[in-house]
Design a binder for this molecule. Structure first.
Ligand code: BES
Ligand code: ZN
Length: 867
């Protein structure tokens, strides 16, 4: 059943005759010249005699290399130092055989430069009193430690690190461990030496040098927690401190293993490629993922901060203490941090109902991406850095965490927890594979964990369960599995999954539970299937379901009456499945609108977010002003009772969901043309732009509506807000709104602004990718991206290439005609970018799917309005 490809011999991997034990590293960055110099001494173990050592190094010049200690009285210098650019290695040739115990350590000196690519050892800028200052930071995952110091840059080459930094006296210098010793050096410098780390992988090493302020606390186990920010932002770190304190306590208890280090620092860096990075003891964040401004931050931003912190702190166990053996098993890091993070969030903020949000943000997101031909199995052989970078995607994160949720629902919480505790204890300070984990869980649970989970981690895609009535009895039906792909190509591989199957009927409170292994099975629920039958209650199974019409009707009725066991999550599943089935051509697109209409009385944020997303997806596909106008009218009628209930003003009794929902509904109503809402948004904007107040929760919606309905004047006002704020959250809010302008001359200015000095490289996707959702600006933005591709590639290659992937994907996947497809295809062919090839293929596949869906949707929605 499993079709795992055998691991190929990987030319990018090092020969491990010599393996590192302890690295002693000293680095001195020069923040004026953007260079650094380093020296390094590595004790090692040699398995056999050797005459050469090859280790990773990229954009580094080794100026000295010799072997010392052991039997050497005088060091043995390398005769030849040579580099291999493609494999990112340096080879030290000692000119003769060296016996295993003959030498004790390898000593190196080297120089490098502080790049502006947000990877390796990079520079970051910030302002103090209007003046630009520079700092330096590292981002090593996955394969960029080699840009800061020569090393065995592979996750299973674990070693200890003893780091020292030489920096200007006034700056703060941080690394994974606490300071052991500090001393003054001439020239206004200091040398900061840190304690030696436990045995760990290179990708988790980190150092940061900048003007920083901090606040601190301790968790109840005595772990020191510090939040570091650039000057003036200390107040904004308070929330993070509370979340971190809770997370460390929660995870030490849940895993039954104390946090491994004496301290846990968290730093907000002004330039950052992804959201955050779990470096052991020194977690780095994008400012928006760590900082909360009491007055100017939205509830959504606060939630995001908690989610990111809890994800990164889960890694301190899952990833840092126990590490995947090779990147093929990356999901052991990311799929588990993405599953454990929400547990901690839910424990601290139960009123956020984070698991409802998980279903939308992770499970449904993964089911979308995984329905493409160009998906990949969770476990996938990867060899070179570009391939490794590409799998930090929704399959690894969101499918990975969703199949973990499926597993926990199947095993039960206690058994799942026990299994993970045993696994972590068994492999701590070591590396593990997916198979190692299944073996432990199988032993602890006594259940066929491996067979079930391997069917989800070894194969691409997921099953669609087709329910077919069995006319012999009203209580019977058949369940059949087949791979679900949007483009409907038959599954020649005839994939099968081992599916933990749960089915509930209206009459009994009991569930039917079994493992579906074969192509098809018969189910007798013992009650009439003409009352509702819900397959996959709570959406814990990673699959979609297609019901026959006779079983769909009662389900829609049950949605209307709110009588399903989990009214929110079950509705999310039914609506999302319908949207996917409509896209793939299994059902009529109008079904989606029918289900949406049945949910009109709901007041829950996740449901409305999915309803709005579904209507938006269909509406953007349609042609013709009059049909679009009818959809807009339908949307307004559906939304307005909910918006009327909520109103514009925050009420004391508002739940977290109400607060998030209000801004969403305001934007949607205005977007679909509710004049009253647009006027109110404009009025509130005018007041705010003139120095008045505006609830941070409403700003995103207000800015966007003002942009959709505005021109030059509104553009200038938004840019003014952008420049006046030092809060990155506010800046990003403005950037997203800027992508909503419709007037061509303003759109041109917005695009120019996106690539101007005002916008950091980390943020410009917020504008460019968002244009994909703007019917009026999409073509102009695409033409602009094409014309500036060389500039964009220069910004993102050799570092955060996935940001370019997000731009191209976001800007192109709204296209829906063959001409547009040809244009995108030609462009992607002209610029094959290493590291985002799969993203490009996926984008083309989505456009093709839009093209196939368009005429169907057009006809079906038109007919529905006329019926
Ligand atoms: N390990 C990643 C950071 C990372 C991402 C490194 C991509 C290399 C390439 C980190 O733990 C992470 O997953 N961060 C997420 C946030 C999280 C809440 C999903 C991110 O950066 O988006
Ligand atoms: Zn992660």
């Amino acid at each position: 059943m499993t079709t795992r490809a055998p691991e190929k011999k990987n030319p990018y991997r090092l020969d491990r005759t010599v393996e590192p034990l302890v690295y002693t590293i000293e680095l001195e960055p020069d923040l004026a010249k953007f260079t650094f110099r380093g020296s390094e001494s590595v004790t090692f173990r040699a398995a056999r005699p050797f005459s050469k050592i090859t280790l990773h190094a990229a954009e580094i010049k080794v100026t000295k290399a010799f072997l010392a200690g052991g039997k050497f009285k005088t060091p043995l210098a390398a005769r030849k130092i040579s580099y291999h650019e493609k494999f990112e290695t340096v080879t030290l040739d000692f000119g003769r055989k060296v016996a295993p115990k003959e030498a004790e350590r390898l000593v190196l000196e080297f120089t490098g430069h502080l790049n502006d690519k947000m990877h390796g050892f990079y520079r970051t800028s910030y302002e103090i009193k209007g003046k630009k200052h520079w700092g330096a930071a590292t981002q090593f995952e996955a394969t960029d430690a080699r840009r800061a110091f020569p090393c065995w840059d592979e996750p299973d080459a674990k070693a200890r690190f003893k780091i020292s930094l030489v920096v200007p006296e006034k700056l703060t210098a941080l690394s994974n461990m606490p300071v052991e010793k500090q001393s003054r050096l001439p020239g206004g410098r200091k040398k900061v030496a840190y304690e030696v780390t436990p045995v760990m992988s290179t990708y988790l090493v980190c150092f940061v040098v900048a003007d920083l302020e901090s606040l601190q606390g301790r968790d109840k186990n005595g772990v020191l927690i510090r939040i570091y920010v650039t000057p003036g932002k200390k107040e904004q770190g308070k929330f993070a401190l509370e979340v971190a304190r809770h997370a460390l306590e929660y995870f030490s208890k849940w895993f039954g293993i104390p946090y491994a280090l004496p301290k846990c620092d968290m730093v907000a860096l002004p330039d950052f490629a992804s959201g955050a990075m779990e470096n052991w003891g020194l977690v780095t964040y994008r400012e928006t993922a760590l900082l909360v401004d009491p007055k100017n931050s939205s509830a959504a931003a606060r939630q995001r901060v908690a989610e990111v912190i809890d994800h990164e702190l889960a890694h301190q166990w899952f990833g840092n203490l126990v590490t995947m053996r090779w990147w093929t098993d990356l999901w052991l890091n990311e799929g588990f941090a993405s599953y454990m993070g929400p547990k901690a969030v839910d424990d601290q903020f139960p009123e956020w109902r984070i698991w409802d949000q998980f279903v939308v943000a992770d499970t449904l997101h993964a089911l979308y991406d995984d329905a493409l031909q160009n998906t990949h199995p969770i476990e996938i052989p990867v060899q070179d850095p570009a391939e490794i970078r590409e799998i930090f995607d929704a399959i690894t994160y969101s499918k990975g965490s969703s199949v973990n949720r499926m597993l926990e629902h199947y095993l039960g919480e206690k058994v799942f927890q026990k299994g993970l505790q045993v696994y972590l204890k068994k492999f701590k300070f070591k590396n593990a594979t997916t198979r190692d984990l299944w073996a432990v869980l199988e032993k602890v649970s006594g259940k066929p964990v491996r067979a079930i989970m391997a069917s989800y981690t070894d194969q691409p895609g997921f099953p669609l369960l087709k329910i077919e009535p069995d006319n012999r009895a009203a209580s019977r039906f058949r369940v059949r599995q087949e791979r679900f792909i949007f483009d409907g190509t038959p599954d020649r591989a005839r994939q099968l999954w081992n599916i933990p199957l749960v089915i509930r009927g209206a009459a009994s409170k009991k569930s039917w539970v079994g493992i579906l292994k074969s192509k098809e099975t018969a189910v007798d629920l013992g009650e009439d299937r003409h009352a509702w039958v819900k397959v996959n209650p709570s959406q814990s199974g990673f699959y979609r379901v297609a019901y026959p019409a006779e079983m769909m009707e009662p389900l829609i009725e049950a949605l209307r009456e709110r009588s399903l066991p989990d009214p929110v999550i079950d509705a999310l599943g039914i609506l999302s499945d319908a949207l996917a089935l409509a896209r793939a051509g299994h059902i009529e697109t109008s079904r989606v609108f029918e289900i949406a209409r049945a949910l009109g009385n709901e007041r829950e944020m996740n449901l409305w977010s999915l309803i709005a997303g579904a209507i938006g997806a269909v509406s953007e596909l349609l042609d013709g002003e009059s049909l679009k106008a009818r959809v807009a009218e339908f949307a307004r009628a559906l939304l307005s009772p909910c918006l009327e209930d909520l109103g514009w003003e925050r009420r004391p009794a508002d739940s977290h969901s109400d607060i998030l929902l209000r801004s969403m509904m305001i934007f949607q109503a205005g977007h679909y043309g509710d004049e009253g809402v647009i006027d109110e948004a404009r009025a509130r904007f005018r007041k705010f732009a003139a120095g008045g107040e505006l609830d941070a929760n409403l700003r995103g919606a207000v800015y966007s509506l003002v942009a959709e309905n505005g021109g030059q004047e509104e553009f200038s006002a938004l840019v003014k807000i952008y420049r006046a704020s030092s809060l990155q959250e506010e800046k990003v809010r403005v950037l997203r709104a800027l992508a909503r302008f419709r007037n061509p001359s303003v759109v041109a200015e917005v695009l120019k602004f996106a690539l101007s000095k005002d916008v950091r490289n980390q943020d410009c996707y917020a504008v460019l990718a968002s244009f994909g959702g703007n019917d009026h600006g999409r073509h102009q933005a695409w033409a602009f991206i094409k014309a500036h591709m060389k500039d964009l590639m220069a910004r993102y290659t050799g570092g955060s290439i996935s940001l370019l992937g997000r731009i191209l994907e976001g800007a192109s996947t709204g296209f829906k005609t063959p001409e547009e497809l040809r244009d995108v295809e030609t462009f992607f062919k002209k610029y094959p970018v290493n590291g985002i090839e799969r993203t490009m293929k996926q984008s083309l596949e989505i456009i093709r799917s839009n093209i196939r869906w368009q005429p169907r949707a057009q006809a079906e929605i038109l007919a529905w309005f006329h019926s």
